[in-house]
Design a protein around this ligand. Structure first.
Ligand SMILES: *[C@@H]1O[C@H](CO)[C@@H](O)[C@H](O)[C@H]1NC(C)=O
Ligand SMILES: *[C@@H]1O[C@H](CO)[C@@H](O)[C@H](O)[C@H]1NC(C)=O
Ligand SMILES: *[C@@H]1O[C@H](CO)[C@@H](O)[C@H](O)[C@H]1NC(C)=O
Ligand SMILES: *[C@@H]1O[C@H](CO)[C@@H](O)[C@H](O)[C@H]1NC(C)=O
Ligand SMILES: *[C@@H]1O[C@H](CO)[C@@H](O)[C@H](O)[C@H]1NC(C)=O
Ligand SMILES: *[C@@H]1O[C@H](CO)[C@@H](O)[C@H](O)[C@H]1NC(C)=O
Ligand SMILES: *[C@@H]1O[C@H](CO)[C@@H](O)[C@H](O)[C@H]1NC(C)=O
Ligand SMILES: *[C@@H]1O[C@H](CO)[C@@H](O)[C@H](O)[C@H]1NC(C)=O
Ligand SMILES: [Cu+2]
Length: 569
């Protein structure tokens, strides 16, 4: 079939318009060189993996709806991938990053230009390595400002202060991971938490470099808080100041004023701080963990930074006051705060909560124990090897990525058998559970869902091996947190109490210890999307699965073509 003149003319116009738009649309490029660099912390010098030699790495700044390109160049000695945490990447799973899920790793000497497509996100997000435990040091903030001409739904703050919470080991973190995987037990505890790379005054050899913020009485500041710690949920506060949460996971919230916040690994929170204390005043900004299980050993230290008021008479030199944070094991404080948050749900930022669902998927999230294969025994309970699962499947990473296997029909890489309900119904949160139930299946099973189906996922925590809090994170989407509770989810009664008006919208949500959380979203983003616990050790143990959202019929409903430089396996 030939083309007529009109078609040719139309094609020419389209090409012209496209190239014009392409030029007019300035695509900002970032260069991320992954390489080792030396840092001195806790009195010892150590080499860590970084981006551009910085820890934390560079901040990406964009406006709502922008597209940027990041050239990731691997000059380190490890395989690496980079994930843009909380960025939905419409139709573009290719650049999402989790290794062996959407790409094979960028090997030493390799590079990959990743297109990062912002859409509805507005607020603070972050980027991090999504391979092994590299994200301990390979991470940084992403700030998404309102579109040009638009403004925040709150008075413009005087300044913004990124607060990136991290976790530091004296040893090489890759070695910590290898030891941990080899032993079958818990990882060794970290030695410090950090705020913007610094442990602060309460740790040895750290005082001189404590992160300090200068503020002026009368001003309001925007704290952009990211929990980049590997394994711990944190309480965070500023002495003598309340924090007013206005945004979580890059979605606006109703204002919630509290003396502290609770932030899980993977979560971000924007908080207004009113500088209403006297000139010359100095106050500690501090964070320390929330840990619900008394049987788990953890790093019980406190990281600090200093809020320093300008003016005044030079100060007394006395130590600043510490904020009063809840007891380490205060589950009711953690749960109450986490589930008090609400969507802003204003005219400009409406909540659009699905009232009807296509499908409810009930999952269990469990810690498990596998028989130990090692001759020297394993360090899990009773000599077992610790594991973790979703719906009793401990996820096994394939050796080529699921996205490419799906798109190119490579057989044998993954199964489509992830269930809609846990394979066995039992009293998930009972105090004592039979030891036989602790052993999970090990497999690479994904959930295939139709384009535009409306999904509800219930995460049911279990008390197998140990009940714990699990921050569950979904790539490719934000979801509404419509319900939660302690004990077992009741499919008849609990949905009657859902909040379908103004539930918080998140990309990472806490599933409380021996409780459940229900989330809803529309599967309108075709692609391969990872879902996992953001506690790194649980992810290493297999607490994850993959959603494959099929493409729709229309041209705008299909996964974009792959970039030409996908890293090879
Ligand atoms: C924090 O807010 C509460 C409730 O509004 C108030 O009672 C308290 O005085 C505030 N604390 C500070 C330090 O401003
Ligand atoms: C953790 O540290 C705090 C403050 O130093 C202390 O009060 C608490 O007892 C410690 N908790 C545990 C479980 O070690
Ligand atoms: C928290 O720990 C303290 C001290 O170990 C203990 O007395 C208390 O019962 C614990 N609280 C909870 C809610 O487990
Ligand atoms: C729960 O949290 C909200 C918001 O921080 C607070 O106003 C309320 O007092 C808390 N309730 C309890 C029982 O702690
Ligand atoms: C450890 O083994 C003993 C004896 O076989 C058993 O009674 C106990 O329940 C086991 N504990 C765990 C945590 O598996
Ligand atoms: C499940 O276990 C919990 C905690 O031990 C208990 O309170 C509850 O009664 C049990 N539920 C059923 C249906 O047995
Ligand atoms: C999980 O699967 C394993 C292997 O199929 C089975 O032995 C175990 O009973 C299952 N446990 C639960 C809680 O479903
Ligand atoms: C790095 O990635 C390649 C490609 O997937 C893989 O073959 C290799 O085993 C990986 N190396 C390590 C140390 O994991
Ligand atoms: Cu977890």
């Amino acid at each position: 079939m030939g083309f007529n003149h009109n078609q040719i003319l139309l094609a020419a116009v389209i090409i012209l318009v496209n190239s014009f738009c392409f030029q007019a649309l300035e695509i900002r490029r970032y260069r991320f060189v992954v390489k080792e660099a030396s840092f001195k912390r806790l009195c010892e010098k150590k080499k860590i993996l970084t981006v551009n030699g910085k820890f934390p790495g560079p901040t990406i700044k964009a406006h709502k709806g922008d597209t940027i390109v990041v050239d990731v160049i691997n000059q380190g000695q490890y395989n690496i991938t980079i994930h843009w945490h909380g960025v939905k990447q419409p139709r573009n799973p290719w650049s999402d990053g989790p290794e062996y899920i959407t790409q094979c790793p960028i090997q030493p000497g390799g590079r990959f230009s990743q297109k990062v497509i912002f859409s509805k996100e507005e607020g603070t997000l972050w980027w991090h390595a999504h391979s092994d435990w590299s994200r301990a040091t390979v991470h940084g903030a992403i700030i998404v400002y309102p579109r040009l001409g638009a403004s925040y739904p709150f008075p413009k703050p005087k300044a913004e202060i990124p607060i990136i919470l991290g976790e530091w080991w004296k040893e090489d973190v890759m070695q910590v991971m290898e030891e941990f995987v080899g032993s079958g037990g818990q990882p060794r505890d970290s030695d410090a938490y950090t705020i913007n790379g610094q442990p602060g005054d309460l740790y040895p050899c750290s005082r001189a470099h404590t992160f300090k913020v200068k503020v002026k009485r009368g001003n309001t500041y925007l704290l952009r808080v990211v929990n980049a710690a590997l394994n711990e949920i944190l309480f965070f506060g500023v002495a003598n100041h309340n924090l007013t949460v206005v945004n979580t996971d890059a979605a606006y919230t109703k204002r919630l004023t509290a003396p502290y916040i609770v932030i899980t690994p993977g979560q971000t929170m924007d908080c207004l701080l009113q500088a209403d204390q006297q000139p010359g005043g100095r106050y500690y900004i501090a964070a320390r963990p929330y840990v619900s299980d008394s049987g788990v050993s953890f790093d019980n230290t406190t990281v600090t930074a200093v809020l320093q008021y300008s003016g005044g008479g030079g100060g007394s030199g006395a130590s600043p006051e510490l904020p009063s944070l809840p007891p380490i094991n205060d589950t009711s404080a953690a749960v109450n705060f986490s589930f008090s948050l609400r969507s802003l749900n204003s005219k400009l930022h409406p909540a659009a909560v699905p009232e009807k669902i296509t499908k409810r998927i009930v999952t269990t999230v469990s810690i498990n124990a596998l028989p130990c294969a090692a001759a020297e025994g394993c360090r899990g309970p009773n000599g077992t090897r610790l594991a973790a699962s979703v719906s009793n499947i401990s996820f096994v990473n394939p050796t080529i990525d699921i996205l490419e296997a799906y798109v190119y029909n490579v057989p044998g890489v993954f199964g489509k058998g992830f269930p809609d309900a846990p394979p066995l119904v039992f009293n998930y949160t009972a105090e004592f559970l039979p030891v036989e139930l602790q052993i999970p299946a090990r497999a690479t099973e994904v959930k295939l869902v139709k384009y535009n189906s409306v999904l509800e996922i219930v995460f049911q925590g279990t008390n197998l091996v140990a009940g714990l809090d699990h921050p569950m994170h979904l790539h490719g989407f934000s979801f509404y947190v419509v319900g939660w509770g302690l004990g077992n989810f009741n499919a008849v009664k609990d949905p009657l109490n859902y909040n379908l008006v103004d539930p918080q919208m998140r990309t990472t949500v806490m599933v409380p210890i021996n409780g459940w959380t229900a989330v809803r979203f529309k599967a309108d983003n075709p692609g391969v999307w990872f879902m996992h616990c953001h506690v790194e050790r649980h992810m290493t143990w297999g607490m994850e699965t993959v959603f494959i959202v099929r493409s729709g019929r229309g041209p705008e409903q299909r996964v974009l073509p792959p970039p030409p430089d996908m890293p090879p396996c």
